[in-house]
Write a protein that binds this ligand. Structure first.
Ligand SMILES: [Zn+2]
Ligand SMILES: [Zn+2]
Length: 214
């Protein structure tokens, strides 16, 4: 069973997630820590808890989700895992940072590509990689069936969905991703989003104004 610790970082209020198991192995997803104090907060919590970081994942590579990749690589030596279709988005992030007046150190380590419909492991626990494009061309979501939750990035929010006006975004693709990859999960599945509070598949099926059930 994986437990979840959430942080909210940077001026865009992005949710960074740390998943950890009983052996204190942990996985860092979308480290959005921008300011030095935020990086130290992440490090202090991980070290103070005795966790051993073993995996670095990005759901997608928009600016607010990648600020801390290099810090995680420098601190714990973890190589970045993304979907291959997200590589151009990652490459564009430094330019985007300058446009938003948030310059940052781009990740300069090796890249490992995630394959959809496969599994990635944190010790004995596994995450299913679901391909959920639409907000970004190579967005993936990480489904932990045993724990009944999915880490969804900016695909589906509590009462909303990800924007589709950024490069590589497409509304119909996003809605299809939600219908086929999220709404097919059990209703009580918790959805941890890239922004805002946790929600559930069942709640969004009933209440989300942007996505029809079928
Ligand atoms: Zn995004
Ligand atoms: Zn975001």
């Amino acid at each position: 069973m994986l437990n979840i610790k959430a942080f909210t970082f940077n001026p865009v209020q992005e949710n960074t997630y740390v998943l950890y198991n009983e052996k204190k192995e942990c996985c860092i997803i979308d480290p959005g820590c921008y300011f030095p104090a935020e990086k130290q907060e992440l490090k202090a919590l991980i070290e103070g808890s005795g966790w051993k970081p073993v995996l670095l994942l990005n759901t997608h590579c928009h600016l607010d989700h990648v600020f801390g990749n290099q810090f995680v690589y420098d601190t714990w030596g973890l190589q970045l895992h993304i979907h291959e279709k997200e590589k151009p988005v990652l490459d564009f992030a430094p330019q985007s940072g300058l446009m938003w007046q948030m310059p940052f150190d781009q990740y300069n380590g090796p890249l490992i590509y995630l394959k959809e419909d496969s599994f990635i492991h944190i010790g004995d626990e596994k995450l299913e990689i679901r391909f959920t494009p639409g907000h970004s061309p190579g967005s993936v979501s990480f489904y932990h069936e045993a724990g009944g939750f999915v880490i969804g990035g900016d695909v589906l929010f509590n009462g909303s969905i990800g924007r589709t006006d950024l490069p590589g975004g497409d509304f119909d693709t996003l809605v299809t991703s939600i219908q086929t990859q999220f709404f097919t999960l059990p209703d009580n599945t918790k959805v941890y989003s890239g922004h805002g509070p946790v929600t559930t598949v069942g709640f969004e099926k009933m209440n989300n104004p942007f996505v029809k059930l079928y």
